[in-house]
Design a protein around this ligand. Structure first.
Ligand code: GDP
Ligand code: MG
Length: 730
């Protein structure tokens, strides 16, 4: 039989880093709580027959969060052979709280004190031998990041598993011990000896899940209750608090014996930074500036130069290699043209179709998307940096303060921040929200944030209409955020979502300088999936778009069209049929409508479709500048930012909602909301610039009034909860 070792510890203590070091796998490491929601398994790299399980990060074994439920079920029910409890050495006191619970499970425990590199740097001292004595289990000092002590920790856990000896029970005060003895006698004496303690403590805490799992009768519960009540009476506190207080009391004693701080009381650098970036007033403006810088650097700096080069030279005529005059390298389209010539593809008949699909379809469309790769890599690199250094966790904290004012939970914003990379993990991150209504609301609104795939079309509009200003992308980001808040307020006031805000306790992780390989890997992973999409789904879409835009019914029947006959194409017919619907938004031309629709397949398609439809002769940007005004461009941008996300993300919504009806509701809400906002943007935009159409303006005013009504009306109380939820789920 395999030896099964479980990694358990607080969020951000380095479990995943250790897991990767032990198993050689490549799980995502983030300086970010809630990254590992599910448990993951791997095989120990340097020994046969050992399975390692990475559990989600938890602060305790109470069943309050999904992470705790997952971890606790695994530990208590599947009972691994040993627990490798990883504790953050820079935060020992708080981390040991979980340790006092793990040692009660009756499973062998080895404590690995992690981040010893950081502990030593700060000048603190940890006496692990003394700590081992107090805890009654082996204590190993490690640095998962530097790979120090990792093998020793695994060996110690294996030895503990073989020996099978659990640590001695954690000592409570006399009165509690007395009650625990009674409870063991009354309710859990049929369990194996090693397991009785944990169940007795949980029963003492009136843990309902444990009461149910043990199948206690009402009589037994009543019997236990008299014991608990007696202790509560004597100690003048409730049972759960008594246990917590005794654990902490004991830990404080251990700390004074086993740990010496270098400079007690001094304000650390981390604290000083936090004072600034989480400031009540400046916190949010600083974040806005940071995002602006991120978008500026990626959109304008290095990234833009590379993207311009890609668009104009690589996917254009060509360029001089290293600027040398005799090293002319032709652009990709030229190479393809030569290839077609070499293959003797004719200029007419089937040959013309092949030439068209390759040059005007694939090269123009996919090339337009690939041109953004440099910008995306820079963007993803910087987002990875913000995440890994610990800044994003501060933002969740700052936003929580803002959103609490509006009756929303800050926990909804972790998915949003994750969604800045890609909406799908963002939607999945909503799992950490316990409250079902808040969770659904978060799933519905997370994709308002511009994900990586939306950035290219935003950048394209910024480039074509607004001289490439990074403020456009930043504005899109904060528009997405505002849309989440506004939707949150509106939805919270309906009966479907009403209810109290779930408490959000988030510990701020220490600031860390991320390692370059980690950042590069993270940027490359996202960048590569972007490239892969360009080679598959976007390629396929551009081929379809090209066909539909190059063929049509004319007086002479169905045939391939000339350049100037675009208006006769199938696509034009389809687009024109619905484009009236979008005329009030200012972009009732069929090209823009078709681009929005192909954006449902993948948001990058908006760019590739524009590339095919506006490419033709000359520059896409010039063509775009001719067909959009400032107001209609912003309206187009806002609509595509907020409307239904791509199919893959809709699939993720479907999985998380677990109901077709809720999915339709979510997508419908997003589209209606996007339409309303885009309408206002265009009509009020026209009012300020070219002058508004009275009818359109009236519609925008009505929409605005309606929105304000929804925002300001009094909240409904949470009523008829079961009935309605059941009706939606049906
Ligand atoms: P998890 O949430 O417990 O899975 O923690 P992770 O493995 O994701 O790590 C959290 C953060 O701590 C990451 O930024 C890691 O790079 C960092 N980290 C992990 N181990 C060490 C270590 O030994 N020393 C230092 N200085 N940082 C570490
Ligand atoms: Mg993890």
């Amino acid at each position: 039989m395999d030896i099964r070792i479980a990694l358990a510890g607080n969020p951000n203590s380095g479990k995943t880093t250790l897991f990767n070091a032990l198993t050689g796998s490549n799980q995502f490491v983030g300086n970010w709580p809630g990254v590992t929601v599910e448990k993951k398994e791997g095989r120990l790299r340097f020994r046969e027959g050992v399975t390692v399980t990475d559990l989600p990060g938890i602060y305790s074994l109470s069943p309050y969060t999904p992470e705790e439920v997952v971890a606790r079920r695994y530990l208590a029910e599947e009972r691994p052979d040993a627990i490798l409890n990883i504790v953050d050495g820079t935060n020992l006191e708080r981390n040991l709280y979980l340790t006092t619970q793990l040692t009660e499970l009756g499973i062998p425990v080895v404590v690995a004190v992690n981040m010893m590199d950081a502990v030593e740097k700060s000048g603190d001292r940890i006496d692990s031998a003394a700590l081992a004595k107090r805890l009654g289990c082996p204590v190993v000092e490690i640095s998962a990041l530097k790979g120090r002590g990792v093998a020793e920790a695994a060996e110690a856990a294996m030895a503990a598993a073989r020996e099978g000896k659990a640590p001695p029970p954690f000592p409570y005060s006399g009165a509690v011990e007395h009650a625990l003895a009674h409870i063991e006698e009354a309710a859990v004496h049929h369990l194996p000896g090693a397991q009785q303690r944990w169940y007795a403590v949980k029963l003492f805490e009136r843990d309902q899940r444990v009461q149910e799992a043990l199948g206690l009768t009402a009589e037994q519960i009543a019997h236990i209750e008299t014991d608990i009540a007696a202790v509560e009476e004597a100690m003048d506190d409730d049972a759960e608090s008594i246990i917590t207080a005794e654990r902490y009391g004991c830990i404080t004693g251990w700390m004074s014996e086993c740990c010496r701080k270098s400079a007690p009381g001094a304000l650390s650098l981390s604290d000083r930074i936090d004072r600034v970036v989480t400031h009540r007033l400046w916190g949010l403006p600083i974040f806005a500036v940071v995002m602006f810088l991120v978008y500026s650097v990626s959109m304008m700096g290095v990234g833009a130069a590379a993207t311009d080069w890609a668009n104009e030279s690589l996917f254009g005529e060509g360029f001089y290699l290293f600027g040398l005059e005799n090293c002319w390298v032709s652009g990709v389209p030229v190479w393809f043209e030569r290839l077609l010539d070499a293959l003797h593809v004719a200029d007419s008949g089937v040959g013309a179709v092949i030439r068209g699909v390759v040059l005007d379809g694939i090269v123009a469309g996919v090339g337009a998307v690939l041109g953004f790769v440099p910008q995306m890599l820079v963007l993803f690199f910087m987002l990875a940096f913000l995440e890994a250094c610990g800044y994003m966790a501060r933002i969740a904290f700052v936003l929580d303060r803002v959103f609490r004012k509006f009756g929303l939970s800050g926990k909804s914003f972790i998915p949003m921040l994750i969604g800045t990379g890609c909406g799908i993990p963002g939607i999945m991150a909503s799992r950490t929200i316990e409250n079902e209504r808040d969770r659904r609301m978060t799933v519905m609104t997370t994709t308002f944030i511009p994900c990586g795939a939306k950035v290219p079309f935003i950048a394209m509009i910024a480039g074509a209409i607004f001289h490439g200003g990074a403020w456009v992308t930043t504005l899109a980001y904060f528009t997405g955020m505002a849309a989440i808040i506004v939707s949150g307020i509106i939805l919270k006031k309906t009966r479907l979502f009403a209810g109290d805000v779930a408490p959000f306790v988030m510990e701020l992780p220490a600031y860390r300088l991320p390692t370059l390989p980690n950042l590069l890997r993270s940027a490359w992973e996202r960048g590569w999936s972007f490239i892969r999409k360009a080679g598959t789904i976007i390629l396929l879409s551009t081929v379809l778009v090209w066909f539909a835009s190059s063929f049509g019914f004319t007086g002479e029947g169905f045939r391939m069209l000339e350049e100037e006959e675009l208006h006769l194409s199938l696509l034009s017919a389809l687009g024109s049929a619905v484009c009236g619907l979008f005329a009030p938004l200012g972009w009732g031309n069929w090209q823009a409508v078709v681009a929005s629709v192909t954006g449902l397949i993948a948001k990058e398609n908006i760019v590739s479709t524009m590339g095919v439809l506006y490419g033709g002769e000359g520059n896409v940007y010039t063509a775009l500048a001719e067909s959009f005004t400032a107001a209609s461009a912003l309206s187009f941008l806002v609509f595509n930012l907020l409307c239904a996300p791509c199919f893959a993300a809709i699939g993720a919504i479907r999985r998380e909602m677990n109901s077709a009806r809720w999915t339709w509701f979510a997508v419908g809400y997003q589209c209606v909301f996007a339409y309303a906002v885009a309408l206002m943007v265009y009509q009020f935009g026209c009012l300020l610039t070219t002058g508004a159409h009275p009818l359109g303006l009236a519609a925008a005013v009505i929409v605005l009034a309606g929105l304000l009504c929804l925002l300001l009306r009094p909240a409904k109380r949470a009523g008829r909860k079961e009935g309605e939820d059941a009706a939606m789920a049906a």
